[in-house]
Structure formats: C-alpha cells, structure tokens
Design a binder for this molecule. Structure first.
Ligand code: PMP
Length: 312
C-alpha cells in the first residue's frame, strides 16, 4: 500500500523524515497537544469532506492555551496544511488525521520552539459488532490534575494503562469512572447509554473530553433521528449493567456499540436498535450523504476553504 506523507512544519515529508529531537519536551514529557479527525470520501461529489474541522481548530487552540504554548499558524494556515496533506497525498478514500503541536525546547517548563505535524493514516471503522468492555480500576484523571477536557498527549497515559489492563483481563476496552465514582468516558471516546428508552451521557463536568461528536449527537442527531433530547446527567456504575444499550462515540470511534460490561450482556447482547440508527445516521452525515449541516463539512478539492454548499 502506498505510504502516506506527513506534513511537518510547512512541507510534506516521508514518514521516516518526520522526526523529533530526543531531548525535546515533546519526546521526554509528551509536551504536545493534538486533534484526531476524519475526512470522508464522497464518490458522488468527487470530494473529500473534513468533519467539523473548525471545531477541531478551536479545541486545538484551547489545548495549546491551556498547556501554554502556541504555533505560528492561523486557522487559514491550518486549513491549507490539511488540504496539502489530503491533496498532496492524492487521498480519495476515508482517512484519519492527527494534528499535533509540540514543543522542541528542553525542560519541563519549555514553551518554545514549537512545531506542528499532520499525520494522515488509513484507519478503518472500529468494531461494528460491538465491544466487550470492563469498568476500569484505573480512575479517570481529575480535571484538577491535568486538563482532561482538552487534548494534551500526556493525558493519554491514563487511557493507556486502562486499555492495557482491560486487554490483559480479556476485554476489548475500558470504561473509566471518575474520582467521584461516576461514569466518565472511554480511553479515547465519549460514553452514551440508553436506559428505559432515554439517551443519557455524563455531563462535561464528569472529567471528560469536550467531545465534538458528543455535541453532534446532542445538538443534532439524537433530536432529529430519535425525536428526543439527550439527558446530560451523572451515571452510576450499576446503571451500566442494566442499560438497554451502550455505545462509545468520537471522531475516531464514530459510533461504536458496546454489547457487554463486566460480562453483563446489555439488552439481548447484540448491537441495540437505537445505536444502529444513530450510527448509520452519523455515517450519512459525516460523508455528506445526508446533506444537512453543510457548514460542518469542509471540502478539500473544491475552491479554497469552501464549505460544501450541497443542497443549496
Ligand atoms: N474522549 C477522549 C479521551 C478522546 O480522546 C476522544 C477522541 N478525541 C473523545 C472523547 C471523543 O472526542 P471527539 O468527539 O471530539 O473526537
């Protein structure tokens, strides 16, 4: 398979040329912030659509602000860089991208110099038949310890430990509880459940990432597809075991069903009907098969910076 080039500080380079100094804060302490997003190929439009790119840029800047460093690129520069990655690699398929800003200065308090790379990779859908999850004995890091609502690379050691433990214990993925004992999220995804027909997700104050997919579900998909509002409330551990349906969502995870928690089967132990409907509506929306919310899809092969004005 053709190797994809990485955009690094202004140019596309081969994977083995995208390197960081070993003594940089980026390598030593994981001093970086990042975004993970997907772009979807739409055969009918002959176009690739980045989903909610602007929202990813906003969160990217908030993460940099929080971690006290910045990169010398405007949002237009960032858009141009994303376009260069996709066009330069002639990508005409679904693709996942990591945008990573990092500090190459030395020391814990280094704030500069900084750099930026965008790494495109082919990443298929996660499990469509459903994950078997466990409640992790690792606690979700508190927002008072590290800014878990934003995407700092070093946050993810918490998720790494929980994921490795889950796999060692024979599960696919962990679900975190926070320090108050309530359900938080997955290692790289937001948590939703359906209980007695109602769609429920933890509040943003539950030590979770401010997820863009979560917002898409709350603002658009759940009201439109299921004709109900999402209840944002604390979720207790035991509710996980008696939920009708449970799923993860995220830019990478899209909508990924969960079929059991701690070996308690959920519903009939198969992917639930509401999860199925939301998942297929989500895929139609991100690809632009569902023409609504054109403002959430940014075209790459069309005119520079154009939003896809489909259906207009
Ligand atoms: N929580 C964590 C810890 C994540 O890493 C992600 C993926 N970015 C999510 C939730 C989902 O966020 P989003 O919908 O913005 O991708």
């Amino acid at each position: 398979m053709r190797e994809l080039k990485i955009w690094m500080n202004g140019r596309l380079v081969a994977q083995d040329q995208a390197v960081l100094p070993v003594n940089s804060a980026a390598v030593f302490y994981g001093t970086n912030v990042f975004e993970g997003l997907r772009a979807y190929w739409n055969e009918d439009d002959g176009e690739i659509h980045c989903f909610r790119l602007q929202e990813h840029f906003v969160r990217f800047r908030e993460s940099m602000k929080m971690m006290r460093f910045t990169v010398p690129y405007s949002d237009v520069d960032l858009y141009d860089a994303v376009r260069d990655v996709l066009k330069g690699n002639e990508i005409r398929e679904d693709i996942h991208m990591h945008l990573v800003a990092y500090v190459t200065g030395v020391g814990l308090d280094a704030t500069e110099p900084t750099g930026l790379y965008i790494n495109p990779r082919r990443r298929g859908r996660l499990s469509e038949s459903g994950l078997r999850c466990c409640v992790s004995s690792w606690v979700r890091t508190s927002d008072n310890a590290i800014p878990i609502r934003l995407k700092s690379g070093s946050n993810y050691q918490n998720g790494r430990l929980a994921t490795l433990q889950a796999k060692a214990d024979g599960y696919d993925a962990p679900i975190f509880l926070n320090g108050h004992g309530h359900v938080a999220e997955g290692s790289g995804a937001t948590f939703f459940m359906v209980r007695r027909g109602r769609v429920v997700t933890p509040p943003l104050s539950a030590d979770i990432l401010e997820s863009i997919t979560r917002t898409t579900l709350i603002e658009d998909l759940v009201p439109r597809v299921l004709a109900q509002d999402v209840a944002e409330r604390e979720i207790d551990r035991t509710e996980l075991y008696v939920a009708d349906e449970v799923f993860f969502c995220g830019s990478g995870y899209e909508i990924t069903p969960i079929v059991s928690v701690d070996r308690f089967p959920l519903g009939d132990g198969r992917v639930g009907p509401l999860t199925r409907r939301l998942s297929s509506a989500y895929m139609d929306l991100v690809r632009g098969v569902d023409r609504s919310h054109a403002e959430w899809r940014t075209a790459v092969y069309g005119p520079r910076g154009a939003k896809v004005a489909v259906g207009a």
